[in-house]
Design a protein around this ligand. Structure first.
Ligand SMILES: NC(=O)c1ccc[n+]([C@@H]2O[C@H](COP(=O)([O-])OP(=O)(O)OC[C@H]3O[C@@H](n4cnc5c(N)ncnc54)[C@H](OP(=O)(O)O)[C@@H]3O)[C@@H](O)[C@H]2O)c1
Length: 406
């Protein structure tokens, strides 16, 4: 049996986003990183390795997400496991359990709040005991939001000596589409929520991912429909990823002993422009989003969408579409005393895949190389475990840029 411990093992290397992550690691790090590719089929792993030109010296590890013995063997060979096997609520639990029990560091791309909640409840104690650092949400949801707020708060502390207790995240512009895996995850969340009203209620809680004892009285704002936002100077509409990103940012505040303030308020929305045209677009997007969510929530329309409209497993945007994609996100902060600050975070590829795969690759390398081994085990957020170290990596290597505008 192989005993080498690789710095990073990518589990789900054959997935749409896993392939891109492997291509990024091969391209960016070459021989400078000791990494391996893992998945359930050796032949599919071999094809991906050939396709991305990674070379025979990148080892392949075969493991099925439902085979605990194979996952234990995988963890023995990994300093950090990165998983892109999703929907995570269907395939992800055994690996998280084994990482938590064996002290293996782990990061992934999940945006499934209901599953993250379950993982924290079930395995936080084991991870604290073993020293495993578990970091969910290392893709477009929720790195730019979580690190964007972290960056804004660091700048606010430097300028004003105080945090911004009110922060608005506004997506100014974005170009990109969904892959089959993301659609499958969205559909699964809708299915679980429909089947379980308690879960629906729990997920409506802005503090859904915070420790059970953390219950601030602060009511959180939420952009549910078209609104004119004076800070952004534009009409805004609901942002599809807000339901996950806001929960992660609130967990960061809870884990950092309320570094953003005991009365921290945060919401996310999408900017739609000014004047009558902006207003019309805000109404149109709100209606389209409502229609889509209702469509995935109801079984008959969900089946039709899956069959005829949405991408299937393994499908996603073309290389050209990834290359042409980008995002530009703004953060507007205000301190208790009324001082204001605006931050911009931009990425140079489509958010969901081109940029996500680079962010995930850097999060994994950051976990393997930069995080002090004395850092406690448990379920961290990207901002609380990585902070400035990952901001720097993303700026230097992964095409992101963080900037204070005012
Ligand atoms: N947070 C973000 O910003 C973001 C962005 C992109 C994607 N995602 C998430 O990332 C995940 C992957 O997305 P994707 O589009 O890349 O998915 P995908 O192409 O559909 O791939 C699914 C992967 O899961 C593997 N798999 C399924 N069952 C397995 C099992 N029993 N054992 C081992 N592997 C198994 C598949 O292996 P085979 O190839 O062998 O079938 C494949 O590698 C999804 O959950 C998606 O929501 C998140």
């Amino acid at each position: 049996m192989e005993t080498t411990q690789h710095e990073v093992v990518v589990f789900g290397a054959t997935s749409f986003v896993g392939r891109l992550t492997c291509a990024y690691l091969a391209d960016r790090y070459g021989d400078d990183l000791d990494w391996a590719m893992a998945g359930r089929s050796r032949s599919r792993l071999e094809s991906v390795r050939d396709e991305i030109g990674a070379g025979d010296d990148v080892p392949l590890i075969v493991a099925d997400a439902a085979d605990p013995a194979a996952l234990e063997a995988l963890c023995e060979r990994a300093r950090v496991v990165v998983s892109t096997v999703g929907p995570y609520a269907l395939y992800g639990e055994t690996l998280v359990r084994i990482c938590a029990e064996t002290g293996t560091d782990y990061c992934d791309l999940t945006g499934e709040v209901q599953w993250i909640r379950r993982m924290i409840e079930r395995y936080e104690a084991a991870a604290a005991e073993s020293g495993a650092r578990i970091v969910h949400c290392c893709g477009f949801d929720s790195l730019p939001s979580d690190l964007g707020v972290h960056y804004l708060q660091r700048t606010a502390q430097q300028r004003f000596g105080a945090p911004c207790t009110r922060v608005k995240m506004r997506v100014k512009a974005m170009r990109g589409t969904f892959s089959g895996g993301t659609v499958a995850s969205l559909v699964n969340v809708a299915r679980e929520m429909r089947a379980d009203p308690d879960l629906r209620r729990a997920l409506a809680d802005p503090y859904a991912l915070c420790p059970a004892t953390y219950r601030p009285a602060t009511r959180q704002p939420d952009v549910k429909g078209p609104t004119f936002d004076t800070d952004a100077g534009a009409w805004v509409a609901p942002f599809v990823m807000a339901a996950i990103n806001t929960r992660v940012v609130q967990r960061s505040n809870a884990l950092s002993k309320q570094a953003y303030g005991a009365d921290f308020r945060y919401d996310e929305a999408q900017m739609m422009g000014r004047g009558a045209r902006g207003r019309l677009r805000a109404y149109a997007l709100t209606a389209a989003l409502g229609g889509f969510m209702a469509g995935v929530a109801l079984a008959p329309t969900r089946r039709l969408l899956e069959r005829f409209v949405l991408p299937g497993p393994g499908e996603g945007p073309s290389a050209q579409a990834q290359e042409n994609g980008f995002y530009d996100i703004r953060f507007f902060g205000e301190t208790e005393a009324g001082e204001k600050l605006a931050i911009k975070v931009v990425g140079d590829r489509d958010p969901g895949y081109g940029s996500t795969s680079k962010m995930l690759g850097e999060a994994a390398v950051c976990l393997a190389r930069d995080i002090d081994t004395a850092t406690a085990g448990g379920f961290w957020t990207p901002a609380t475990i990585f902070g400035d170290t990952l901001v720097e990596r993303l700026e230097n290597k992964a095409g992101l840029h963080f900037e204070a505008l005012t």
